[in-house]
Design a protein around this ligand. Structure first.
Ligand code: SAM
Length: 319
């Protein structure tokens, strides 16, 4: 049984090694009829196309691709000749229904982007949504994604993060969007192009401050890959220090805002409310107003009330 599995795996891995000249290889992989496969492709190094992805791309009836020339070059690199159909931002809504009808009639289809995982700042959402609405099974063939790759090397917390895609191209809108992350406690992952990376880094410094920790990763898995994690002001200087650092593709990872200390504001409001209300009511209202934790405010209210009572006992009665 293990020998059989090993043979099967080897035949799939063979498919995705550098192509040998000669006849089209046997993909050795079956896909389900009537299923849509969402297939991740390399963001740089072609060796990152997984054996599974390669086998699926070789076995489906058709591949819907963002740019048929880009995907055509990838397919021919691996000796695959699956027919392609263009699916991009401008025709997706129109052709999704046709593709779903073909799927419902039993054809298998793979969806790819130019690079990385489809639908992540790339086309495909209308097709996947239409497929699901039409009860077409949808399978993931996971793989490269620039956002996840950058996050994984950033040294910035990864336990909870927001993927924010591209910022708006106009500066005012871009700065306004960054302003939304001023108090965002989660890590934020952004995509940026070579045209705007300098302006965007400057905006990050101006809006979030030069001390905010960020990671700039460029050309991941490509020849000139490099990345740095430091305070935003230092990353901007690093970027400016070398003109070639404006070339290529970029991911910017922003560390979340440091936790706000609301305890001072919570206690200030609590003191005001304690003049009129019992400890539990004052703590509940102060928590609702300031966002400070109610339990901590209740403990403070009891402490303040006790101190107040003791002062009252020691003080001479008012005249
Ligand atoms: N779907 C893709 C993915 O899964 O990462 C992203 C597509 S989006 C149109 C292209 C953007 O992704 C680029 O502008 C850049 O911000 C980022 N990107 C793609 N490849 C990259 C790479 N090799 N290094 C750094 N960033 C990359």
């Amino acid at each position: 049984m293990f020998a059989h599995l090993r043979r099967m795996l080897q035949s799939q891995i063979m498919t995705c090694q550098e192509p040998e000249p000669g006849p089209e290889p046997d993909v050795g992989h079956s896909v389900r009829p009537g299923a849509l496969y969402v297939v991740a492709t390399p963001i740089g190094h072609r060796g990152d196309l997984s054996p599974h992805a390669c086998a699926v791309l070789g076995a489906v009836d058709r591949i819907a691709a963002e740019d048929t020339r880009t995907t055509g070059a990838l397919l021919s690199h691996f000796g695959l000749r699956t027919p392609l159909v263009a699916l991009h931002d401008h025709n997706e809504d129109r052709i999704a229904a046709d593709l779903v009808r073909a799927l419902q009639a039993g054809a298998s289809l793979a969806l790819v982007a130019d690079a990385g995982t489809p639908l992540i700042s790339d086309p495909g959402f209308a097709l996947v949504r239409a497929a699901r609405a039409g009860n077409v099974p949808v399978y993931a063939v996971p793989g490269p994604c620039a956002a996840i790759a950058a996050l994984s090397i950033s040294g910035i917390p990864t336990d909870t993060f927001v993927f924010a895609g591209f910022l708006p191209p106009r500066q005012a809108a871009r700065r306004a969007r960054l302003g939304e992350y001023l108090r965002e406690p989660r890590t934020v992952v952004l995509y940026e192009s070579s045209h705007r990376i300098g302006e965007t880094l400057q905006d990050v410094v101006d809006v979030l401050g030069p001390q905010r920790q960020i990671c700039l990763a460029r050309e991941i898995s490509k020849r000139f890959e490099e990345s740095t994690t430091a305070a935003a002001g230092e990353v901007l200087a690093w970027h400016r220090a070398e003109p070639n650092r404006s070339r290529g593709e970029f991911v910017v990872v922003l560390a979340g805002a440091p936790p706000q200390d609301d305890s001072g504001e919570g206690e200030r409001v609590l003191r005001l409310l304690l003049a009129e209300l019992p400890a539990s009511g004052a703590a509940r209202l102060a928590a609702a107003i300031t966002g400070a934790p109610r339990k901590a405010l209740y403990a403070a209210a009891v402490r303040l009330a006790d101190a107040h009572r003791q002062i009252g006992e020691n003080e001479p009665p008012p005249e």
